[in-house]
Design a binder for this molecule. Structure first.
Ligand code: ZN
Length: 292
């Protein structure tokens, strides 16, 4: 019994394919102990037409690669044999294509000298590779097609009807990450007493060099109280990766005592913005200066 099958990934150039023997069939010469390990195809004649026309007519049918890959094995010179034997000769003339990812396809019983590809050739999906024949262990012109997954034969049909891929589909291009801060955003910082440019840079997760360049500051050690420092937008607030490592709490507490972090609500805001717990820093400050 044969049946017409609609394939997404064709193996015959005609695009119309009749499957004559399914994967796993135990019909003679196959058995439960050694079931059919591929699928057999003839061209789209009905059984009757095939009989009437003589199946040899279909030897004109061109076999195409089910998907893109590299030719890894070719046998092309065998003539039709009455006693093809077992093992590799069973296939007669054949082409084995590696699709990557552990998947290979084998096209067997090809006509003598019909193979048009050689080992190492890159083939594209649908590229002709040979002609249907009856070499090897074959009692009629047909294509015996196999799919190998990690060196084991599997049912080829899911790969041909397209529910499984022989060649993995390329992953969609990653979307550019959405910037949380528009590039045009900019902020201003008014210098308070005791503040250094490096402290301001740390506060906004930027660098002294960037701030100096952005504000046309010639001497980075000379900034004055009340001076307005423009903070470049692109780095406000910085991406997590750009965040500087936190300093030990004692260092911060001493900086607070030295007046580098300002006072009151402003100090709390700045400590929090820099990733410190204002409460914990204050507690340590109190310990250091002996306040209860
Ligand atoms: Zn077969």
């Amino acid at each position: 019994m044969s049946r017409a099958v609609k394939l997404k990934n064709n193996v015959l150039q005609s695009g119309k394919t009749w499957m004559t023997l399914a994967y796993g069939s135990t019909r003679p010469p196959y058995s439960a102990a050694r079931p059919h390990n591929g699928v057999d195809f003839i061209r789209d004649y009905t059984d009757e037409e095939a009989k009437r026309l003589g199946i040899a007519k279909s030897s004109e049918d061109i076999i195409i690669a089910a998907d893109a890959g590299t030719v890894v094995e070719v046998q092309s010179r065998l003539a039709i044999s009455k006693n093809p034997g077992n093992g590799i000769l069973e296939f007669g003339n054949y082409v084995l294509i590696d699709h990557g990812g552990g998947l290979q396809t084998r096209y067997a019983h090809l006509a003598q000298n019909s193979v048009t590809v050689k080992v190492g050739d890159k083939v594209r999906k649908g590229q002709p590779i040979g002609t249907m024949g009856m070499t090897g262990k074959s009692n009629g012109v047909h294509l015996h097609f196999e799919v190998w997954k990690n060196r084991l034969r599997v049912d080829p049909m899911p790969y041909l009807i397209g529910t499984k891929d022989l060649v993995p589909k390329p992953a969609p291009a990653p979307k550019p990450p959405k910037s949380t801060v528009p590039a045009s955003t900019s902020r201003k910082h008014t210098v308070i007493r005791g503040e250094t440019l490096s402290a301001i840079a740390a506060l906004y997760s930027t660098t002294v060099a960037i701030l100096a360049a952005h504000n046309n500051i010639k001497d980075v050690n000379k900034i004055s109280v009340g001076q307005v420092i423009k903070i470049p937008g692109a780095s406000v607030p910085a991406a997590p990766a750009a965040k500087p490592a936190l300093k030990p709490i004692d260092t911060i507490a001493r900086e607070v005592i030295a007046g580098k972090w300002g006072n009151g609500a402003d100090r709390t805001r700045r400590l929090t913005a820099a990733g410190y717990s204002a409460t914990a820093v204050q507690a340590r400050v109190n310990q250091l200066i002996g306040t209860k």
